[in-house]
Design a protein around this ligand. Structure first.
Ligand code: ARG
Length: 295
């Protein structure tokens, strides 16, 4: 699949043994941040005393939206609900594979009002909706890599939800424990760069992660399963560098994650910088604002 010619893309200079990255078509669900603000604190990034600029959040969000469209992806929209300022972070609205949408059960009371609107949206758009039993926050804590679901716990999603996800989707689920409160959702600590488990061989680099966000056991699991992963440093992690969306070739990434951007280029990916600084005030970034709809 080709990328849009008008997009500004820096030329990658991959190692000779790095494979040519192939862009795959994506379908995403997003929510315009019309009601975005920080009125409560449910993660260390949120400071209700600090003013937010909703117009700026809207402009930045629009840039992310338009970037996806220019790359040829389909973007669906869910209507924002007044009084639900975090609804812009649609990654927390569900987890969708094979046309089946598992709804979410938020740990935090402040976001529970989002559960029904997301499930209603999935049902109205032809998805087979599964009502969740255990506490989990959707694609914020569940990432599909090949046929495997990487599942986060430690802050938001319950360990018991990992079993539920395995049953609902019939996939292998690998539990990973987050230990740093700044990286409270799995999608702040791991980026899935290429969800297709390739034929193996030279340099897959299909995920990137921040080792310091995990406990020792989880670090060992990741090192064993993904020996070619890109290891991202603390500075890039702390600007939500890992909170990216990738189509297998183009990686939408924070411009502040300079080291990670260089690593992506070296491994044959095409980084495209989009700044969501205003949405970071709510503790979210690019991936948080993006839910993948897998048909
Ligand atoms: N304020 C939101 C919360 O704390 C941010 C969610 C970020 N989403 C994500 N997928 N990491 O729940």
């Amino acid at each position: 699949m080709s990328t849009h010619p008008t997009l500004q893309q820096s030329q990658a200079t991959p190692h000779p043994e790095v494979p040519e990255r192939i862009a795959q078509h994506r379908r995403y669900l997003m929510c315009r941040p019309e009601h975005f603000t920080v009125s409560y604190r449910i993660n260390p990034w949120m400071e209700p005393a600090r003013p937010t600029d909703t117009a700026k959040a809207l402009r930045q969000w629009q840039q992310l939206h338009d970037t996806y469209v220019q790359l040829g992806h389909d973007v669906e929209l869910i209507d924002p609900v007044p009084g639900l300022p975090d609804m812009v972070y649609t990654a927390n609205g569900g987890f969708v594979i094979d046309g089946r949408a598992l709804g979410v059960r938020f740990r935090v009371a402040e976001r529970r009002g989002e559960e029904r609107p997301f499930m209603d949206w999935f049902a109205a758009h032809g998805f087979d909706v599964v009502e969740p039993v255990e506490v989990q926050e959707g694609e914020g804590d569940f990432l599909l890599v090949g046929d495997t679901v990487l599942a986060g716990t430690g802050f938001r999603s319950d360990g018991a939800s990992h079993r539920e996800v395995a049953e609902v989707f019939g996939r292998e689920v690998v539990s990973l424990t987050l230990t740093d409160p700044r990286f409270y959702h799995l999608d702040t600590a791991i980026a899935v760069l290429d969800p297709v488990e390739g034929p193996g061989g030279v340099d897959r680099a299909n995920i990137a992660y921040l080792p310091g966000a995990f406990d020792e056991r989880s670090r060992a699991v990741l090192a064993e399963r993904y020996p070619d992963a890109i290891l991202v440093d603390e500075a890039d992690g702390a600007v939500f560098g890992l909170n990216t969306a990738s189509d297998g070739r183009n990686v939408i990434v924070s411009p502040r994650a300079v080291g990670f951007i260089a690593q992506l280029r070296e491994r044959g990916y095409v980084p495209i910088a989009v700044d969501l600084s205003e949405l970071l005030l709510g503790g979210g970034g690019i991936k948080c604002c993006t839910l993948e709809l897998r048909g």
